[in-house]
Design a protein around this ligand. Structure first.
Ligand code: FAD
Length: 377
């Protein structure tokens, strides 16, 4: 599929499905199934799958643009797709042909199952287990947050290793595997259509061939493969939200009269100043993400640092921009009609999605000082 036809299909899906359904997805906490099905049918869920497996063969820059544009309309849909592309990258890197061909067909949604009840946001230290039993592996886990938990077809799953040294091993786990259960539904502050639920595994048996990479090297893969995709796509979602918030605020300020003064809100200095701060923050995060994507593509030496910076910056940026929008648009933002309050609620998630902003600031400082990202300093 060419970039032009992706562009046209994506815009049609956003205009006809994602944007019109965003308020309902939020109000009802409903998974955006119609949008995901349409994105699958249009080849957009397969756009990053290499052409040799039947996918679109596109890179991270195209995926980041898809997620950014979805987030302008519906943050929940964008985050489901962000998780799908991040997990797909790992399945491609591991050469799991069955899974990758299924994703290329357009009707297979995947996601990341890293966070656990025991180690919480410290995804680099799973406490769940994997035990060898002949040709099978038995998984036991209490995953704390899995986006698309009920709706995905597969999870990219972390555990402690079978036998090797090292903190982590990764697995491909189809979601219909017996022993998996979802103990609760998602009723969150924001990203309410995400279906981000806990998932429990009790003696879940998968073929030993569903190992991704090698036993004990999961953290290396998580850091080298999954992390750049997740960080840059998550940051792109925040950029899309900032752009939508800034445009909505500009339109409200320009179109709202103070009748007794014969002036618009845009003619009031504090309103314009807030709008300017939003635009600057939005452009700052966007340019950082674009530079990080270029650095990754060119394998520039500072790529790792820029990737880490991108989500830390966008996490804080989207929180700040949504806060400014709530004040700049006043009471109108407090109601539903501008969708500012929805985006304000959605924007609270980025800082606590792992790696959290706290963890990223630590990682950035470590990278600058030549220290390992993880471990004792
Ligand atoms: C909407 C949503 C969707 C999600 N989807 C997924 C998903 O699909 N897959 C997945 O694997 N996970 C997912 N997560 C989980 C996410 O990645 C984090 O693991 C989770 O939000 C962390 O919450 P917690 O309460 O466990 O954090 P905690 O670990 O309890 O942390 C609470 C706070 O303390 C800070 N903190 C913790 N330890 C330290 C430290 N050592 N130094 C400094 N600060 C620290 C954290 O930064 C955080 O701000 C999702 C989360 C959300 C909110």
């Amino acid at each position: 599929m060419s970039e032009v036809s992706i562009d046209e299909s994506l815009q049609r899906i956003i205009d006809e499905i994602v944007a019109p359904q965003a308020a309902t997805v939020d109000a009802e906490g409903a998974f955006p199934r119609a949008a995901i099905d349409a994105l699958g049918a249009a080849g957009i869920l397969a756009v990053t799958v290499p052409a040799e497996y039947g996918g679109g063969g596109a890179g991270m820059d195209v995926a980041a643009d898809v997620v950014r544009r979805l987030a302008q309309a519906c943050a929940s849909t964008a985050m489901v797709v962000c998780m799908h592309y991040s997990a797909t990258a790992m399945l491609v890197a591991a050469g799991h042909e069955q899974a990758v061909r299924a994703i290329a067909s357009g009707d297979h949604l995947t996601t990341l199952a890293f966070s656990e009840r025991g180690s919480r946001s410290h995804f680099w230290a799973p406490v769940s287990t994997a035990a060898a039993d002949g040709d099978e592996v038995v998984l036991n886990a209490e995953k704390s947050w899995v986006t698309s938990a009920h709706e995905a077809d597969s999870y990219v799953w972390s555990s402690t290793p079978l036998a090797a040294d090292g903190p982590m091993t990764l697995w491909y786990v189809p979601t219909d595997t017996p022993g998996l259960s979802i103990p609760s539904t998602f009723d969150g502050l924001g990203l309410r259509g995400n279906d981000s639920c806990p998932v429990t595994a009790v003696d879940v048996r998968i073929p030993a061939t569903d190992l991704l990479g090698t036993d004990g090297t999961g953290l290396d893969h998580a850091l080298a493969v999954v992390l750049p995709w997740f960080l840059l796509l998550n940051a792109s979602a925040s950029v899309g939200a900032m752009q939508a918030l800034t445009a909505a605020t500009r339109d409200h300020l320009a179109g709202t009269q103070l009748q007794h003064l014969g002036q618009t809100l845009a003619q009031q200095l504090p309103s314009r100043t807030r709008l300017a701060q939003m635009q600057i923050q939005s452009d700052r995060s966007r340019t950082l993400v674009e530079d990080a994507l270029a650095a990754v593509a060119a394998a520039r030496p500072e790529a790792v640092l820029l990737v880490l910076e991108s989500k830390a910056s966008a996490d804080q940026g989207v929180a700040e921009v949504s806060d400014l929008a709530m004040v700049a648009c006043g009471g109108a933002a407090f109601r539903k009609e501008l969708a500012v309050e929805r985006r304000f609620r959605d924007s609270r998630a980025a800082r606590v999605m792992a790696p959290t902003t706290d963890a990223l600031l630590d990682f950035v400082g470590r990278a600058m000082c030549g220290l390992p990202l993880l471990g004792d300093v």
